[in-house]
Design a protein around this ligand. Structure first.
Ligand SMILES: O=c1ccn([C@@H]2O[C@H](COP(=O)(O)O)[C@@H](O)[C@H]2O)c(=O)[nH]1
Length: 463
């Protein structure tokens, strides 16, 4: 990606200065990827990066379609490089001949993945989606080379189209700054422009009836649950560290230090003061390096339509990097449906935990509420894979429990947190995974503390 960022800059596909846009607004950057067709090496790299993104959609589409005109050669290069069937959507329909809108081989119900070069408002993609759907093709996903981050992603999401981008403009600008191709002063100005433009974009989503992107298959297994158990088994760790720190540097530092000892890293992205897309990118790199999963402890608790946006949009774009998220059951099944929908169109496998019990003193959850959570979670399996709770809830163990409120050296804090020991929670309460926060990141040597909690909890369970 770094090389392509450099190439795009060098061939003038991305320019920085002052440019008057169609809307009359002065933009500090200008993107015109048409020039890439004159550089075969760049064209090949573009196709390769699209194809990399495409791996997440394997089996989820039958044909690809480039949005005319700039993305047409990109889609063609992908089709050739990746051996993929393609269709073409006409911009203008001829008044003679076959008058076909969609050219190429497809059948009613063929699943089509859209390829676009740049997205701003998402309107060009939606035009093509409309034409394809009218011809009987199913369209749920699009991949774009560059997202200008001006509301297009959210607008598409509102129409049931999940957008995956190779670059966001802020990533591209960050990469060029790291390569010393952009001065820091200019970078700040560009990022400011992006933020303002994003805030000004009129993002509207349908109030109800978000169309289902993928069929909700009744399944007896969950890939996210399977992955978690496979990591736990391999690393002999049922430990989740709660990294409740407030800067990217501390977060990445803790993740790297405790990484070898954990199966999950839990975070609250909204307490990280300097969160950017770079934070999630680097966090994912560490998750891959040490083989652990990322759990965003967002505790969604609103109506479905709102949680779709909280999950997929905003600064944190949780659905683009988290493996596990959690939610309160209080708003009802619409919340779970919204998250499941947003997860499906993100093209990523994400598991949901319901907060069925809490560790804090005086919390309002009672047995009836917890029992309702169990029923809702069963109905939502395999998207819902378990609970945040203090004891085993599903006797079959299919829906597992991650228990917070774990520390050896303390019984609680001044604000109502209550701690139990790993022995008590694992042996007496039958929980499956332990969440330890201050007991690890607040210790002098987090890596050593993590290793100790990991070994202790594993030996409690396995003798
Ligand atoms: O009932 C709950 C639900 C979530 N938490 C979260 O777990 C960690 C615990 O941190 P400690 O430092 O070990 O107290 C924290 O992120 C909470 O938000 C919880 O404690 N109880």
């Amino acid at each position: 990606m770094e090389q392509l960022a450099k190439d795009l800059f060098e061939i003038g596909a991305v320019k920085f200065g002052t440019f008057k846009l169609k809307s009359g607004i002065a933009s500090p950057f200008y993107v015109d990827l048409r020039v890439a067709v004159s550089y075969p090496r760049v064209l090949r790299s573009i196709a390769a990066l699209y194809l990399e993104c495409l791996q997440d959609f394997s089996g989820a589409f039958d044909v690809i379609c480039g949005v005319p005109y700039t993305a047409l050669p990109f889609a063609t290069a992908m089709a050739v490089q990746g051996d993929l069937p393609m269709v073409m959507c006409r911009k203008e329909v001829k008044d003679h001949g076959t008058r076909r809108v969609v050219e190429g081989a497809f059948t009613q119900g063929s699943r089509c993945l859209i390829i676009e070069d740049v997205v701003t408002s998402g309107s060009s993609i939606l035009e093509v989606v409309g034409a394809l759907r009218a011809e009987g093709l199913k369209v749920d996903h699009a991949i774009v080379l560059l997202d200008r981050e001006q509301g297009g992603c959210e607008a598409l999401l509102g129409q049931g189209i999940g957008l995956r981008s190779v670059f966001r403009i802020s990533d591209l600008v960050g990469t060029l700054r790291n390569l010393n191709l952009l001065e820091p002063g200019k970078v700040d100005m560009i990022l400011d422009f992006i933020r303002t433009a994003r805030a000004a974009s009129d993002v509207k989503r349908p109030e109800t009836n978000v169309p289902s992107a993928l069929p909700v298959a009744a399944s007896s297994s969950s890939p996210v649950r399977d992955q978690l158990y496979s990591i736990a088994e391999k690393k002999r760790s049922i430990l989740c560290v709660a990294a409740d720190v407030q800067s990217t540097k501390e977060l990445l530092g803790i993740a790297d230090a405790v990484g070898p000892h954990i199966c999950v890293l839990k975070l609250h992205a909204d307490i990280i003061q300097d969160w950017t897309t770079d934070t999630s990118r680097r966090l994912r790199e560490l998750a891959d390096k040490h083989s652990f999963m990322l759990f965003e402890d967002r505790k969604f608790a609103d109506i479905g339509n709102t949680v779709v946006a909280q999950f997929s949009a905003g600064v944190h774009r949780i659905s683009s990097w988290a493996d596990i998220v959690n939610a309160h059951a209080i708003p009802g099944p619409g919340l779970i449906e919204g998250l499941r929908h947003a997860c499906a169109i993100s093209g990523r496998m994400i598991g949901l935990l319901l907060v069925a019990q809490m560790s804090s003193k005086g919390n309002l959850i009672d047995e009836r509420y917890t029992a309702t959570c169990l029923r809702m979670a069963r109905e939502a399996f395999p998207f819902c894979i378990g609970f945040i709770a203090q004891e085993r809830l599903d006797p079959t163990g299919k829906l597992f429990v991650m228990a917070p409120g774990v520390q050896l050296d303390s019984k609680g804090d001044q604000l109502g947190q209550q701690y139990n020991s790993p022995q008590y929670l694992l042996k007496r309460k039958g929980v499956d995974f332990l969440i330890v926060g201050r007991g690890i990141y607040g210790s002098e040597e987090p890596a050593k503390a993590a290793q100790m909690y990991k070994e202790l909890s594993w030996s409690v369970l396995h003798g």
